[in-house]
Every structure is written in structure tokens, then in C-alpha cells.
Design a protein around this ligand. Structure first.
Ligand SMILES: Cc1cc2nc3c(=O)[nH]c(=O)nc-3n(C[C@H](O)[C@H](O)[C@H](O)COP(=O)(O)OP(=O)(O)OC[C@H]3O[C@@H](n4cnc5c(N)ncnc54)[C@H](O)[C@@H]3O)c2cc1C
Length: 468
């Protein structure tokens, strides 16, 4: 199968990882990427000695498939592990407070009142839920109590997913926690069983980046033999001819067209929705109905001796009770010292999200002074920023809000009538790079099977044709 069997529209991590897994099977694959370079949300910048990320900065992994991709793509020597012993902080009552990582510390932590701690201890005795479309607030409130929801889960959902726990569907955004309840009837019991059975990867994860930043991952996938990437290639229409898909577009200013038996769409939901609307308007509507939250990333470089806090952690998250303009702040140079020049510190803040979408309209100067005013008392900063870089994502992260699984099920039903069409992007089955790569492998396996099936079918039909 040396000709182009598969076209992938969208060269972000979803599209590139699908292409990489396909190429491993010897399948000819072409990727159309509208931008002048591949990577989508993932792009590393090197400026004034600082190494910063456009969006994703860390890969949190517990899947063997990711280990295998890293090994096979030659990235092993480039891995930079984050020290797991670093503290995690939450802003609690206006101050940075350490998040307890072990059970005894959890019971003595100032984060929760005595009734909240007793409520946590009672978790194994809470009965299973019955509502499959429960929100995160309903699920966590029911199992762990309101204080844990407000203090720990709200910052996690707002800070890492730019989402709202009152609207996000628990089974979609907390699949591992909801699975523990389903399987063991309790989160505590499930975690203990996993620990006793030494299912290490079920409880813990490796967190890492790469020596030159996340772009190294993109570069490694993009140079895989068998993958042809066309940058500046924007798909403008998709036509179905039964067993073939025709994609038309503009490639570096020139109209272009390609026909393939298998098509993967790895573009944002609304782009895929509009392209597919003429073929299946219901599918188009389902996709266009997926909302995204805007996110701004502000990287700030400072002289280390102007920060009095020891920065002995990964950074901090903020709950909405604290009414701060920043959702979270990562201490990038504490995790990866080579991210800032000697004697300097790199702090990365996340703003916007569902709670503050208007922040994306502020100028770089406004955002920078908002962040510094917020960080100054928390980290005891005495100086000013020496370096600032702002990244804006108007469609930052898809919101797994409402009856999200029902929407994805309906999308799957429509897709089952469109043979050879696949969707793989961060609005289905998880936004993280880990899940994007894993889903890429799942889609590649489906395509490999379909292509092998069609080769066998055509082999079987040859003797019949010659006999005639
Ligand atoms: C601020 C921020 C921080 C994050 N941090 C982390 C993190 O630390 N760890 C983590 O695991 N995840 C993180 N994520 C999530 C993760 O980065 C994204 O979910 C993931 O990179 C999205 O990949 P994708 O390929 O699905 O989409 P995208 O990266 O959006 O790629 C889609 C591609 O499609 C292209 N395209 C669009 N229209 C067309 C067209 N018509 N024709 C051709 N091409 C087209 C676009 O140019 C783009 O390149 C973060 C996300 C954000 C926003």
C-alpha cells in the first residue's frame, strides 16, 4: 500500500500521531495542515534564553502506548522528567497552601475543616450514583463533600481544563475517578485495591517534557518515514463518492484536490462540522455545537533574587472563591531549570477560561501587569518582569459540558453510516497530549483493519474477473 491511502486534515498532535501510527504499519498517509508549520497548539519558542510553550508544556503519562511511541520515534534521550517530589500548591484564603499528597497529611492539612475531613473518611460508605450525566460538582460533592469540591476540584477543573465544574460532565472529564466508583463502589477503596495489586500506572504517572520543549515531539512525528506533510494546505470542502473521499482545498495558494479511501479529520469541531455539513447536516450540527473556552498563556521571566518564595513546587492553582484573575501558575524553571537563563526564573500563568473570557481582549501590557499584581503578594516578588511573552487561544480547550457523552454517542452513530471517515481531535475522548496520541493509535488500528479488509476483498475478486 504505497500510494496515499489516508488523508488527515489537521496537523496538530491528534493528526500527526494518527499519521505516525499509520506509517508504522506501512500505510501511505498525507497530512494537510493549514498553518505554515505542523503542531497546532503545540509549539516551543526560544527567546532571550527562555524556552516557552504556546500551549501544552507537560505530558502526564500512564499509558504504555506513549512509552512505545517515544522509544520508536527516537525521543528517549531527549526526555526531561519532572521531579515527582515537588510540592503542589493551591491558593487558599488568599495564601499559597501545600496540597497534601499522602493520606496522613490530608488529615492534618489546613485546607479542610474537621467536618470536611470526617466527610472524606466517610467516602467508602457513600452509595453509588445513578445519574450517568452527573456534573463534576454533583459527583465530587456527593462522594467527597462540598469543601473538597470548592478547594481542590474547582481549581483543577478551572485551572487545567479552563472549564466549569458545575457544567462539565463527570464521566467525560474525570473518567478514571468515575470508573473507580463504578468498579469498586468507592474512590478510596478503588485506589487502595490498585495500590495493593501494584497497578502502579493506574494511580501514578510520569510527567515530562523534552530537552528542547514540546516541539521536539512534533518534529519527531513529522519526520516519520511514510508521512507526507503539506503545510499551507487548507481543506475547503469534502465530498463523498461512496468508497472514496475527495477533499478539495488550497495548497500554498493553488487549488488542489485528492481522493482517498480513508479520511481522518483532526481539525477543531466547528471546522470539521462545517466541512461535513453538506454530507450529513445532523453530524455537522452536532460538531458545531461543541463549545470551546478561550485561554491566554503569559510567560514571565524575572531575576531569581527578586522572588522571596522558594518556588519549591510545580506551581499553584486557584479556586473561584479566591476571586483572582489568574487560574493557575506553573513554576516552569523549578520543574525544568534549563527553561530560564542562569539566575532567572520562568513563571507561566493561565488566564481566561469560562470564568474570564474577556481577559483575552486585554493588551499584553494589561495582562502582564494583572499577572504581576496577582503574583507579587503570593510569591513575595520585589522586582519587575524582565521578559514577557503572551499566547492567546480563542478556541483554547473544548468544553465537555452538558450531556457530552450523549453528543459523542450521537456523533459515533452518524459516523457509522459514513464508511472510511474518522474523527480524531481533542473534543473526543480527552484533551491531553497523552489521550490524543492514544486515540491516534485507536483510529490507526481501525483504518489498518479496513484497508486490509479491502485488499483481501479485491484479491478474492481477481480470479472471478479472470475467469470471465
Ligand atoms: C493553554 C493550553 C495549555 C495546555 N497544556 C497542556 C499540557 O500541559 N499537557 C497536555 O497534555 N495538554 C495540554 N493542553 C491540551 C493540548 O495541547 C491540546 O488538546 C492538543 O494539543 C490539541 O491537539 P489537536 O491536534 O486535537 O488540535 P490542534 O492542536 O488545535 O490542531 C488542529 C490543527 O488543524 C489545523 N486546521 C484547522 N483547519 C484546517 C483546515 N481547514 N485544513 C487543514 N488544517 C486545518 C490547525 O491549523 C491546527 O494545526 C493545553 C491546551 C492549551 C490551550
Amino acid at each position: 500500500m504505497s500510494q496515499t491511502d489516508v488523508l488527515i486534515i489537521g496537523g496538530g498532535i491528534s493528526g500527526l500521531s494518527t499519521a505516525w501510527w499509520l506509517a508504522q504499519q506501512g500505510i501511505g498517509v498525507e497530512v494537510w495542515e493549514a498553518d505554515e508549520r505542523p503542531g497546532g497548539k503545540i509549539r516551543t519558542s526560544h527567546e532571550e534564553g527562555y524556552v516557552t510553550e504556546r500551549a501544552a508544556g507537560l505530558l502526564v503519562n500512564f499509558r504504555p502506548e506513549i512509552d512505545s511511541l517515544i522509544k520508536e520515534s527516537g525521543l528517549e534521550n531527549s526526555l526531561r522528567q519532572r521531579d515527582d517530589q515537588l510540592n503542589r500548591y493551591i491558593v487558599h484564603q488568599g495564601k499559597l497552601t501545600q496540597v497534601p499528597m499522602l493520606l496522613p497529611a490530608l488529615l492534618t492539612s489546613p485546607l479542610w475543616s474537621l467536618p470536611a475531613k470526617l466527610r472524606l473518611i466517610a467516602e467508602p460508605f457513600i452509595s453509588r450514583g445513578t445519574d450517568e450525566s452527573e456534573t463534576v460538582s454533583e459527583f465530587v460533592g456527593r462522594r467527597l463533600g462540598q469543601e473538597v469540591l470548592d478547594t481542590a476540584m474547582d481549581p483543577f477543573i478551572s485551572g487545567t481544563l479552563a472549564s466549569d465544574p458545575d457544567l462539565a460532565e463527570a464521566q467525560s472529564v474525570l473518567p478514571r475517578l468515575t470508573a473507580l466508583e463504578n468498579r469498586y463502589g468507592s474512590l478510596t477503596a478503588g485506589m487502595l485495591v490498585n495500590r495493593v495489586l501494584k497497578r502502579r500506572r493506574a494511580n501514578t504517572a510520569d510527567t515530562f517534557s523534552f530537552q528542547g520543549g514540546m516541539s521536539e515531539l512534533i518534529d519527531a512525528l513529522a519526520r516519520a518515514p511514510g508521512v507526507t506533510i503539506r503545510c499551507g494546505a487548507c481543506a475547503t470542502s469534502v465530498i463523498n463518492h461512496g468508497s472514496q473521499w475527495q477533499v478539495e482545498g488550497v495548497v500554498n495558494g493553488t487549488p488542489n484536490s485528492i481522493r482517498v479511501p480513508q479520511l481522518v479529520m483532526s481539525t477543531p469541531a466547528d471546522v470539521s462540522g462545517k466541512l461535513l455539513n453538506p454530507i450529513d447536516s445532523h453530524l455537522g450540527e452536532l460538531l458545531c455545537g461543541i463549545e470551546y473556552s478561550p485561554v491566554a498563556v503569559l510567560h514571565m521571566g524575572l531575576k531569581s533574587n527578586t522572588i522571596k518564595h522558594p518556588l519549591d513546587g510545580t506551581g499553584f492553582l486557584v479556586s473561584k472563591q479566591n476571586h483572582l484573575p489568574v487560574n493557575g501558575n506553573l513554576w516552569m524553571s523549578s520543574m525544568f531549570p534549563e527553561r530560564a537563563p542562569q539566575g532567572h526564573t520562568l513563571l507561566t500563568s493561565y488566564l481566561g477560561g469560562v470564568h474570564h473570557p474577556e481577559q483575552l481582549h486585554q493588551s499584553d501590557e494589561q495582562l502582564s501587569s494583572t499577572v504581576l499584581d496577582c503574583l507579587r503578594p503570593l510569591l513575595d516578588i520585589r522586582g519587575s518582569a524582565e521578559y514577557v511573552r503572551v499566547e492567546r487561544h480563542h478556541q483554547g480547550l473544548p468544553l465537555y459540558h452538558g450531556r457530552y457523552r450523549a453528543r459523542i454517542k450521537a456523533i459515533d452513530e452518524q459516523l457509522s453510516c459514513l464508511s472510511g471517515l474518522h474523527l480524531n481531535a481533542n473534543y473526543i475522548h480527552g484533551v491531553s497530549i497523552r489521550e490524543r496520541i492514544f486515540q491516534g493509535q485507536q483510529v490507526a488500528q481501525k483504518i489498518t483493519k479496513a484497508l486490509q479488509g479491502s485488499v483481501e476483498e479485491s484479491r478474492e475478486s481477481i480470479p472471478l474477473a479472470t475467469a470471465r
